[in-house]
Design a protein around this ligand. Structure first.
Ligand code: ADP
Ligand code: MG
Length: 346
């Protein structure tokens, strides 16, 4: 039997989300195929053997029984395959993937490069542009020091401005409402929708708590849709699902807390649009040099019906009600079978 390490938790703002994803995965993995080694990383970066019963039916997001792993490298070297069920920084961004590469342990999902591109929204945009994928207008800046920011133009020329000047410059180039995002973020943490210069300033200040690189995008009005992809060279794409957000946009609360957020599978789109989006999802995955799995998110603009790529998530949410498994379930692949197929891509 293969020794499968499942790593979850992690040092990102999505530690708790990862726990819920991992709990579903641990519960559903075929125990006759894999000898499972669940590993929990806490928010401070301490690694533990996870000793709770992961078959319990309800899950409260807490880790009760755990035992510290003193020699992480030795512990990992004993494993045949690793499934990192981590979201966000230090899990989805290529850092932990780099550790697995060094140790020569096969692992599920994207390698170092694809993981870091997928995590960094500004760089993902540069690659998507090169691949000819349509996306919203955007600009990005870096925080330099208090009240001083660096504006990076399309030719990578840099200019320093104070916040008043930089917000004015941004608002002359694209229209409100805008979305301000830490470039490296997930679960909508640090993201704000802004309607005027004052809110733009506040949005930038807020985003800069999470990352020095800040992306400012023109807002798109339309449907928010997602497509799951699976495979390496022969990638398959799922059907397309739609987000019906309970809040003004798909915020952290709307994603995980609101009872009013719903998903619709398949999305309320024509067959042709769904086919177009499936092809674009595979194109985006290939463009970042993706491996294993990803969920690719888009907007379909109201009025024009144009498809805009929003982002790619290389380790998407994986609870039993998450979009990724639900999209494949809709195509007749149950959760356990999906896990086997993902692990088989390694
Ligand atoms: N350019 C945009 N136009 C309209 N809505 C947006 C735009 N960018 C982000 N949003 C909204 O904000 C949410 C979070 O943004 P996203 O880039 O997906 O970040 P995260 O990686 O945190 O999921 C999206 O799901 C969407 O509801
Ligand atoms: Mg998103």
């Amino acid at each position: 039997m293969k020794k499968l390490g499942v790593i979850f938790g992690g040092m990102s703002t999505e530690n708790d989300v990862s726990l819920v994803s991992a709990n579903s995965i641990l519960k559903n993995l075929d125990k006759s195929k894999y000898e499972i080694y669940p590993i929990y990383i806490d928010k401070n970066g301490k690694w533990y053997k996870y000793l709770d019963d992961f078959n319990k039916t309800t899950y409260d997001g807490k880790v009760e029984n755990k035992e510290i792993i003193h020699n992480i490298i030795e512990y990992l070297k004993n494993l045949d395959i690793i499934f990192p069920v981590l979201h966000g920084l230090y899990g989805e961004d290529g850092t932990i993937q780099g550790l697995f590469e060094l140790l020569k342990i096969p692992y599920v999902g994207c390698k170092v490069l694809a993981s870091s591109i997928g995590m960094d929204k500004a760089y993902a945009k540069i690659i998507f542009e090169k691949a000819g994928l349509k996306q919203c207008k955007y600009q990005y800046i870096r925080k330099y020091k208090e009240n001083e920011y660096i504006y990076i133009d399309k030719n990578f020329e840099e200019t320093r401005y104070d916040i008043a000047t930089i917000t004015k410059k941004i608002s002359q180039t694209q229209k409100f409402p805008m979305f301000v995002k830490p470039s490296n973020s997930g679960s909508s943490v640090g993201i704000s929708k802004v309607n005027n210069i004052e809110e733009l300033k506040q949005g930038i200040i807020n985003a800069s708590k999470y990352d020095v690189k800040i992306l400012i995008e023109e807002g798109i009005i339309g449907k928010e849709v997602e497509c799951a992809v699976l495979g390496n060279e022969d990638v398959i794409a799922s059907t397309v699902g739609q987000i019906l957000s309970g809040n003004e946009f798909y915020t952290y609360d709307a994603k995980y807390l609101s009872q009013n957020s719903k998903t619709l599978i398949p999305a309320d789109l024509s067959k042709e649009k769904i086919e177009e989006i499936r092809k674009l999802a595979i194109k985006a995955f290939k463009a970042i040099d993706g491996k294993g799995l990803s969920r690719v998110d888009f907007f379909v603009e109201e009025g024009t019906d144009e498809v805009y790529i929003n982002e790619i998530n290389t380790l998407p949410g994986f609870t039993s009600i998450s979009m990724y498994p639900k999209l494949f379930e809709n195509m007749g692949m149950n959760y356990q079978e999906l896990l086997d197929r993902i692990i088989a891509t390694v």
